[in-house]
Design a protein around this ligand. Structure first.
Ligand code: FE2
Length: 467
């Protein structure tokens, strides 16, 4: 049975970060506060979901600064780092779109949080995950404080490691007439970007303390891996990481499938509300990697996926979300300017699993880069294709060429392949990095029965080839 949240725990309570309850407790069987705000989805709000972006504060520190895993672990940090180095590899989890909003999806949310938590406890010491990275849409539908307990703190109450997060559109979209101080990004930052670890009002009677990320975009530095997290703003589609005033964005506009509000023209911001902090941040992070000859794995995490499957010819028979070519143009432009491309790009948002390989040329070097979507960690699972006016669209097979989806012109992309997808099961990613490779595994979590075989891709860090 769920425990009724009591009054917030008084502060200060702990001298170090806390990540789990001292004694594991049984799963709840229902919400404490029924998280159903579907009444807010009025016709008016539904239209705003495609037009209203939000501003956000500049992350603390300098753009090239790193937020270390060791810091997040507090006094236990040195021991955690030592054990990672002794194992000569780091393992961590990634999930996206985890919160349930209805009793019908409550079991899926709990199954995934249980699977992730059990994986932590059942893994051998050398394979034990060191953290969980949330790819956004932590709390539905609009990141309200009241739902953090049921959708985040309670399901992950026994996960005994830091949980980092980038906000998704549902953690940032601002409902009209939201009282000051209750804006979703304000609440997100209280729980993930606090000045020091604290038990927040959202945690109720649980003891997980807030994370001290420098901002809604940040670079997590750990042994063998660096995760550059970007905030792709509040729209249902597309993802937006800048004002899109650069000519680079304009040049990318030759796509087959246009997004609403993709009205970029050279020099005129398409999204004047959105600061350009993240362009400077990404530039500084990649320059840091280049100038220091960083040898570890580099992952770019961004909630909205650059690529979402659409059938040949586009039309309305794809899934429920679209690609974000202008966002990708911003990312590609920075990568091209610096001369560094991530080893993998990982997103959430679309409620299924999709794994692509994008082949590109940069400064004379060939790159094979996995673009992965894991947006099915509890909220819902959507079909990859949908019917339209009675017309059935066939599901693609494995390893199909979808180069028609890569419409960008910033980097020299030579092919895009959809290697694998799963639109039947929830799931989570288990990621492992060593000195020479990055391995990303999707672990399906079925509604019932035996879990299907996981899907795995491995990137050679030195050659940027995949297997
Ligand atoms: Fe989303």
């Amino acid at each position: 049975m769920p425990r009724k949240p009591k009054a917030p725990v008084s502060q200060p309570l702990f001298a170090e970060p806390v990540f789990a309850e001292g004694v594991p407790t049984p799963d709840p069987s229902q919400f404490t506060v029924t998280p159903d705000d579907s009444a807010d989805y009025t016709k008016q709000v539904n239209a705003l979901l495609y037009t209203e972006v939000v501003s956000f504060p500049q992350a603390g520190g300098k753009p090239a600064d790193l937020f270390s895993l060791e810091t997040a672990w507090g006094p236990n940090g040195p021991a955690v780092i030592q054990s990672i180095n002794a194992a000569q590899s780091i393992t961590f989890h990634m999930i996206g779109d985890s919160g349930a909003t209805a009793q019908s999806t409550f079991p899926a949310m709990i199954k995934v949080s249980d699977a992730v938590t059990n994986d932590f406890h059942s893994a051998s010491a050398a394979n034990r995950p060191s953290f969980l990275f949330h790819l956004g849409d932590v709390v539905y539908n609009f990141g309200e404080s009241a739902y953090y307990y049921d959708e985040f703190y309670e399901p992950y109450r026994n996960y005994p490691a830091p949980i980092f997060a980038i906000p998704g559109n549902h953690d940032s979209f601002l409902l009209p007439n939201t009282p000051k101080g209750s804006e979703p990004l304000t609440i997100f930052q209280r729980n993930f970007c606090s000045a020091s670890p604290a038990v927040t009002v959202e945690a109720g009677s649980l003891h997980r303390t807030s994370i001290t990320q420098p901002g809604v975009y940040f670079a997590l530095d750990a042994p063998y891996v660096r995760i550059i997290g970007l905030f792709s703003n509040a729209l249902e589609d597309p993802g937006v990481v800048s004002s899109q005033s650069s000519s680079a964005s304009a040049k990318s506009k030759k796509g087959t499938r246009t997004n609403k509000q993709d009205n970029t023209t050279g020099g005129t911001p398409a999204w004047p509300v959105v600061p350009d902090y993240q362009l400077a941040f990404l530039t500084a992070q990649l320059q840091n990697i280049k100038s220091n000859n960083y040898q570890g794995a580099v992952i770019l995490a961004v909630h909205h996926p650059p690529f979402v499957y659409s059938p040949p010819g586009g039309g309305s028979s794809g899934g429920t979300h679209y690609s974000s070519p202008f966002m990708l143009a911003d990312i590609d432009a920075v990568c091209k300017n610096v001369g560094v491309y991530p080893h993998a790009v990982i997103s959430g948002h679309a409620h299924n699993y999709q794994r692509y390989t994008r082949k590109l040329q940069l400064n004379g070097q060939s790159y094979s880069v996995p673009f992965i979507i894991c947006g099915d960690s509890g909220h819902n699972v959507d079909k990859l294709v949908k019917s339209s006016f009675g017309k059935q669209t066939a599901e693609p097979g494995d390893n199909v060429d979808v180069s028609y989806m890569d419409t960008g012109a910033i980097v020299q992309s030579t092919s895009l392949t959809l290697n694998k997808h799963d639109d039947q099961n929830s799931g989570f990613l288990r990621v492992q990095a060593t000195a020479s490779s990055l391995t990303i595994t999707f672990n399906p979590v079925p509604k019932s029965g035996t879990a299907p075989t996981p899907d795995t891709v491995t990137v050679n860090l030195a050659s940027h080839t995949v297997a």
